[in-house]
Write a protein that binds this ligand. Structure first.
Ligand code: GLN
Length: 549
């Protein structure tokens, strides 16, 4: 096993899930970056799916898409937002992908007749995936292990990271364990027992954590920290509180105030400079001084699990930061939206956003929302399926094609204004890409970054202020160019096209304060310190609507 100088930080979680391990990992990465270190980061997911692309957002939250077209865990979104470095397929690894590689090797006969086993074959493959995340001689690689210590699926991953301390040397590997220290109201006390049990579990498989991060409602006092240190066999100054914060972007500074990055730098003997925290301090200051902002309705079907629209939610917050406002986000279930109740549900909002999605459920409600925004001149932002709904609505009600639809929802529609192209030029692969229409997954999907050329004098150009952009895609269906002229004659502007002009990437409506729909997902690239221009201008238009109302 070779690795020249990169130090590895492994982050495990105990007691229960949803403690914010992803945010903790991203925040530690951000802090190390402020100390001038080159950082990379990876998520290991113990589930059997090869990637989260097939997973229902209701269950697993958003599928985050990278430039290189990987469908990944939503924690990679946090990593990009906090670290400002683009993630790719190597930054996420699942049990499914590990087994898939091992089984392929077994079928090829690579194991020369040997019995293929979890240890060493699966664990070796995991270690290889971890080492593969280091691409450019990074100083530090942060590896977050999904799930909770004790999960059956997680065991090969824990065994692999246990071995890595021996492979790479003690001085190059650090284990951080995130646990919960609950506050029991009736006793008026913070309880350390769940942490003790969780660390005991970790030690039973041979991993002694170096640092314990305790998520809790309030700061742990010295006494509690000493108790945890004693029972869990760590230095007393290696137990830290990770207290609840109002805004997720406060986490790096709270970690800094605890001294977490300093302890990591000392333990790993990192050549770290003093941190420059100015951008984070300014960001938090700004977040605390935002004025109440416009009401934005998000009309989608995954409204019950907010994690399904994670990046979207963050991008709207970022758009607000750029406009000095905190938008009020209202989630509206598109399945419940009708012509009769649309005014009641959307009449009071200052902006309407229809996000992406798959399948016909809730689509008619989204189309009603598009119509309401167009007719009432409410700032509108349609993303992927949201753009497709805006196109269908315009075809039905402005072009007078009452049966217009996407062939995804009505394969027999006489006017498939959104349809499945069987081939297109793939600029990344520099060849004509054919879609395997018979396969439900993979081959049929346009995934990852594609270039787009903007028309001058449009709302899109005004936002981006340049001609050539690149944005991330995750969809099968496209705008049907056969109808392009009809749409344009009636006031729709095709403001963004693929460089070969075959694919329509952005549409707008003239004579409307701000009506933009894009075939890609701009939310994946928005960052708190670099808000996405379309979100900035959407919020700006909504803010104007609020001012005039
Ligand atoms: N279902 C649509 C398509 O596949 C839109 C996908 C999306 O919104 N991500 O084209």
């Amino acid at each position: 096993m070779t690795n020249n100088k990169t130090k590895f930080i492994f982050i495990t979680g105990g007691v229960l899930s949803s403690l914010g391990k992803g945010l903790a990992a991203a925040s530690i990465g951000a802090l190390l970056k402020t100390r001038g270190l080159k950082v990379t980061i990876q998520k290991l997911d113990p589930y059997i799916n090869v990637d989260p692309g097939t997973m229902n957002p209701f269950q697993h939250g958003e599928v985050y898409v990278t430039d290189d077209g990987a469908e990944t865990d939503l924690d990679l979104g946090h990593y990009e937002r906090y670290l400002g470095i683009p993630m790719g397929k190597h930054n996420n690894c699942t049990s499914g992908s590990v087994y898939y590689e091992v089984i392929k090797k077994e079928r090829r006969g690579d194991y020369l007749g040997g019995t293929v086993q979890v240890i060493p074959h699966i664990t070796d493959q995991i270690k290889q995936s971890i080492l593969n995340v280091v691409k450019n001689g990074e100083d530090v690689a942060i590896i977050e292990i999904g799930g909770t210590v004790g999960d059956i699926e997680g065991q090969p991953f824990l065994e692999a990271i246990r071995q890595m301390r021996y492979d790479l040397g003690k001085e190059n590997v650090l284990y951080i364990h995130l646990t919960l220290v609950p506050y029991i109201k009736t006793a008026g006390e913070l309880k350390t027992k769940p942490t003790q049990h969780s660390v005991k579990e970790l030690r039973s498989i041979g991993i002694q954590p170096d640092i314990i991060l305790c998520r809790s409602e309030m700061e742990l006092n010295e006494g509690i920290k000493r108790k945890i240190a004693l029972f869990c066999n760590v230095d007393p100054d290696a137990v830290f509180s990770a207290v609840d914060v109002e805004n997720i972007y406060e986490v790096p500074l709270t970690f800094y105030n605890e001294g977490i990055d300093q302890k990591i730098a000392i333990m790993l003997k990192l050549p770290a400079k003093n941190p420059d925290l100015t951008p984070w301090i300014n960001l938090v200051k700004k977040l605390k001084s935002l004025n109440p902002g416009p009401k934005i309705a998000i009309v989608g079907k995954y409204v019950d699990l907010k994690e399904s629209y994670k990046s979207l939610h963050e991008a709207l917050v970022h758009g607000g930061i750029a406009n000095n406002v905190k938008p009020e986000l209202v989630y509206v279930n598109s399945e419940e939206l009708t012509q009769e109740n649309v005014h009641e549900k959307l009449g009071h909002v200052h902006g309407i956003l229809v996000p992406g999605g798959f399948g016909s459920r809730g689509v008619e409600g989204k189309i009603i929302a598009c119509k309401y925004a167009r007719e009432n001149k409410i700032p509108f932002f349609g993303i992927c399926l949201g753009m497709q709904c805006a196109v269908i609505e315009f075809a039905r009600n402005v072009l007078n094609l009452p049966k217009a639809n996407s062939s995804e929802f009505d394969p027999n529609t006489p006017d498939a204004v959104i349809y499945l192209m069987t081939e297109w030029y793939d600029f990344r692969k520099k060849c004509v890409q054919k879609r395997d229409v018979s396969s439900e997954k993979g081959g049929t999907m346009r995934l990852g970054a594609y270039p787009c050329k903007l028309k001058k004098g449009t709302k899109s150009f005004e936002a981006y202020k340049r001609e050539l952009i690149s944005e991330r895609h995750r969809h099968r269906y496209e705008f049907n160019k056969k109808y392009a002229e009809d749409f344009q004659k009636k006031g729709m502007v095709l403001s963004g096209l693929s460089p070969d002009e075959e694919l329509v990437e952005i549409i707008e409506i003239k004579d409307h304060p701000w009506f933009v729909g894009c075939q890609f997902h701009p939310e994946f690239k928005s960052k708190p310190m670099d808000p996405h221009p379309l979100f900035v201008n959407f919020i700006k238009a909504a803010k104007e609507k609020l001012r005039c109302s």
